[in-house]
Design a protein around this ligand. Structure first.
Ligand code: HEC
Length: 462
């Protein structure tokens, strides 16, 4: 009797979790009929159309049924392989703010929709299309500064430019964020931009000089600066504020919540895109017309974001040297001991075409490891500035280590050379056919309670 009771008890105990599990499976069950209007459009509007719309960065439009249905099987493939939405960082290692990931259930929905012949469904179930502010991924700018249109010949390869974008304002103010918006041809590969801050009396005309200098022809940087009319009227140089506007495909201009970030914007100044990189062009000549959006704020920043980088031209060397013989897989690393407590905001791993994987972490003086980022399958096209959900404290004396693996074999489909050739770093050359190994960290000096500060601000307009 006693035994039977026990058995019954056990059976009930077993049954309860099973019942729960059944319920949970049930709520996750796929609908018998998956349709575009009811199930797929809401999902695309949430995860895809920020890039896949008429004025988005991709040529493929997923806004309407008629366009989307043609891509159904390609879509099923890219979501299953987790190639789209593009998010190379491993979410099981570390999670970031605004990470672009589909749930297993969402992937299954898309697969079923494609497998069933991509049905449209009832038209009245179609959700309203999200609104995207024109010409910006983050809002309505206060000031728009066009770059001088730049002509690119058909089938041209990497171009590296210094670009000046001058401005004069009615009065001094502050910028909350500055956004680079690439022209509609999507040939801009990346941009790193600083700001030149003029003392009002020292520069009569910020608009004098050329707007663009080609870094191949103007090898001497001082000559290039003169051509661009950068010096003050008396020949001295104005102050440069580093890294105020950056762009990589798919990256939104970085904003932080309350009091963090932003900078002083003088009446007279110029954005200096000190490394504007155009990638390869296709079969036709084109003229790029990118521009810069400035979002003002009345309040000065309370805490100014700072930056350091490990690796190539950074504060710690690449070990061993970044020289990658043909037909080899090469591992390198770079380590740096932080001299004070810091609060990390974002991390940005950087490698070029031979990159295979990337990992970074910090080891505290007590031996504990703080995970920073892991990218198991390096993707040259998607090099984000990854922002943590909450600031990550790295205590004084911790060692930050970044590890990279390079694949210089013919198995690497992006290998720029066939057959493979020796590839190495080249004084910080950004050319895609030279290599780089960098880990860029933006941070604040640590303040009590930083670990609790959420960095999640809506970056996307929906
Ligand atoms: C951050 C921008 C971005 C997001 C978000 C995004 N894509 Fe893409 N996608 C691209 C770009 C860029 C390409 C390259 C093709 C091009 O330039 O048109 C691409 C390519 C594709 C392709 C073609 C792949 C091939 O090999 O031809 C498909 C299919 C696709 N995306 C589906 C999706 C789906 C489905 C989603 C959402 C679940 C999504 N994408 C989210 C930017 C994005």
């Amino acid at each position: 009797m006693e035994l039977r009771k026990q058995k019954l008890y056990k059976a009930v105990l077993l049954f309860i979790p099973l019942a729960f599990c059944y319920a949970c499976n049930n709520s996750n069950r796929l609908p018998d009929r998956v349709t575009f209007t009811e199930h797929i459009a809401p999902l695309f509007y949430k995860h895809c159309t920020v890039c896949h719309r008429p004025t988005g960065m991709s040529h493929i439009e997923l806004v309407n049924y008629n366009e989307a249905k043609n891509y159904a099987s390609a879509i099923a493939y890219v979501v299953k392989e987790r190639l789209m939405p593009p998010w190379p960082a491993d979410p099981h290692y570390t999670e970031f703010s605004e990470q672009r990931l589909l749930t297993e259930h969402e992937i299954k929905l898309i697969e079923k929709w494609a497998a069933d012949g991509a049905p449209e469904g009832a038209k009245d179930k179609m959700p309203p299309e999200p609104e995207y502010p024109a010409g910006s991924a983050i809002g309505t700018p206060d000031l728009r500064l066009p770059l001088q249109p730049f002509f690119l010949k058909a089938n041209s390869s990497d171009r590296f430019l210094l670009v000046k974008v001058p401005f004069e304002l009615p009065r001094d103010t502050y910028a909350a964020v500055v956004e680079f918006v690439p022209g509609p041809h999507n040939v801009v590969h990346h941009v790193n931009g600083d700001m030149v801050k003029y003392d009002f009396d020292k520069k009569k005309d910020v608009f004098e000089g050329q707007r663009v200098s080609d870094m191949v022809n103007d090898t001497n940087i001082i000559d290039a600066f003169k051509k661009l009319g950068l010096p003050n009227d008396d020949g001295t140089y104005p102050v440069l504020e580093k890294s105020v506007v950056n762009y990589l495909p798919g990256v939104y201009a970085q904003r932080y919540p309350g009091g963090i970030g932003g900078f002083f914007l003088p009446r007279k100044g110029a954005f200096l895109l000190n490394d504007m990189h155009y990638g390869f062009t296709r079969d036709e000549d084109l003229t790029d017309s990118s521009y810069i959006n400035v979002f003002f704020t009345k309040t000065p920043p309370e805490r100014i974001v700072q930056e350091f980088q490990l690796g190539t031209v950074g504060i710690s060397p690449v070990v061993p040297d970044l020289v990658i013989p043909p037909n080899t897989i090469k591992k390198v690393h770079s380590s740096y001991v932080v001299p004070m407590d810091i609060s990390v905001l974002t991390v940005n791993p950087h490698m070029h075409l031979l990159g295979k994987s990337f990992k970074a972490y910090a080891v505290k003086p007590d031996g504990d490891t703080i995970r920073l980022i892991s990218i198991p399958r390096w993707d040259f096209n998607w090099q984000y500035f990854y922002t943590f959900k909450k600031m990550v404290k790295i205590p004084k004396g911790s060692t930050i280590t970044a590890e990279g693996v390079y694949d210089n074999t013919k198995n690497n489909l992006l290998n720029p050379y066939s057959p493979p050739r020796l590839v190495r770093d080249n004084n910080g050359s950004m050319k895609a056919t030279d290599e780089m190994f960098q880990f860029i960290i933006s941070y604040l000096p640590y303040k009590e309670g930083d670990e609790q500060v959420s960095l999640e601000v809506p970056q996307k307009p929906h």
